[in-house]
Unconditional design. Structure first.
Length: 371
């Protein structure tokens, strides 16, 4: 029996864990340790579990077998492709990771925003192609423009895969320089430097306390009221507001753009007896005299209200009787419509049937109100 010291590896692959550009070729060798009675003809190769063809092998010595790989594609996994040397019975003798990819591209489109002037979040795009096939590390760096030292952002992936959040200790009234560095096994790429002042990129929480209510008996109108963002109430700023609203059974929002900086608005031209969902958002601008346009907040949670039902008949030539008369005529019209559906012939027409109808009407109203 063969006695092998535990530290001895059965074989060695060369080169070990190489990094290569896409399209490169590679010749790898597997040399069996003298402690193992295996010859070159006892070996074979696999790449990611698939056996490589014997035509790509060459015997370089009694116990050394090479394999030639041409025009390599990008690694299937960022942890590298597995190139493995096996003995005839399938045992693993040695393994190597191939890292095949591209150097990183220069990150682009850096955009940043500050929530209520307390923090800064930035996001970017990884370059025109984006895919390097290798694990690529992105680092956001920032410093005060004239006298700052470089700082590194720590909280990544807060607003998507290419983003970072700086939670505190930011200065106002001084511009920052911000840039992103991308690095992988094949190189480093640095974005252009973006210059910004926190005051110019402020966004805020959505407006709070949004209330939607009827305007008396006006069947085509709703009144919307809200409070300005609480986090900014102590700061000198102007605000623009936008409203969007939609009918309950529609997904299409209508936007009201010209609300200005007032905190109430009346929606007109609505459908009677209809439930509407309403949302409001805020754009804080001119903070401490900043000349830049602000950034729109998220929309507030939807608030619902319904317009009053129309009391008008469905056209025709109703004489202009008193209000009571109109109500009675409408109820009789509804009643006879209901009778057509629910009563057979005229023999049952009487006060009992009318009572049944009133019960049905109340139930349907209750259901409608609950909805």
């Amino acid at each position: 029996p063969l006695s092998v010291s535990p530290a001895a590896a059965p074989a060695v692959i060369s080169p070990q864990d190489p990094t290569l550009l896409i399209g490169s070729s590679l010749v790898a060798t597997c040399t069996v340790s003298p402690d193992f009675p295996l010859k070159a003809e006892d070996l074979y190769w696999t790449l990611n579990g698939r056996r490589l063809p014997a035509a790509s092998y060459s015997t370089l010595g009694p116990s050394t077998l090479s394999v030639a790989l041409a025009r390599l594609n990008g690694s299937r996994q960022q942890s590298g492709d597995n190139l493995v040397c096996h003995s005839r019975d399938g045992g693993i003798l040695a393994g190597s990771c191939l890292y095949v990819g591209l150097p990183p591209e220069k990150p682009v489109n850096i955009t940043c925003w500050s929530k209520n002037m307390k923090d800064l979040t930035c996001k970017w795009a990884p370059g025109t192609e984006g895919e390097t096939f290798l694990h690529t590390n992105y680092t956001l760096k920032y410093k005060l423009r004239w006298y700052g030292r470089d700082n590194t952002c720590q909280e990544y992936h807060t607003a998507g895969p290419y983003s970072c959040h700086i939670p505190k200790d930011l200065a106002l009234f001084t511009p920052y320089e911000i840039w992103v560095e991308a690095s992988n096994r094949l190189g480093v790429a640095v974005s252009d430097v973006v210059m910004l002042d926190i005051l110019d990129v402020v966004t805020t929480d959505p407006p709070s306390d949004v209330h939607v209510s009827r305007v008396g008996d006006l069947e085509d109108q709703l009144s919307v009221r809200w409070s300005s963002p609480p986090a900014l109430k102590d700061f000198l700023f102007q605000a623009k507001y936008q409203i969007q609203y939609r009918v309950e059974d529609s997904s299409e929002w209508k936007v009201v753009d010209d609300v200005g900086n007032q905190t109430s608005c009346r929606l007109a031209g609505l459908r009677p007896g209809t439930v509407y969902f309403v949302q409001v958002r805020c754009n804080p601008f001119g903070i401490y005299g900043s000349k830049k346009a602000g950034i729109w907040s998220d929309w507030s949670n939807p608030t619902a209200a319904s317009t009053p039902r129309s009391e008008r008949g469905a056209g025709g030539c109703d004489p202009k009787g008193g209000e009571q008369n109109t109500t009675l005529r409408r109820e009789l019209k509804q009643f006879f419509g209901w009778v057509k559906k629910h009563a057979y012939g005229c023999s049952n027409l009487g006060i009992k049937l009318y009572d049944q109808w009133r019960v049905w009407l109340q139930k349907s109203h209750k259901t409608r109100n609950q909805v």
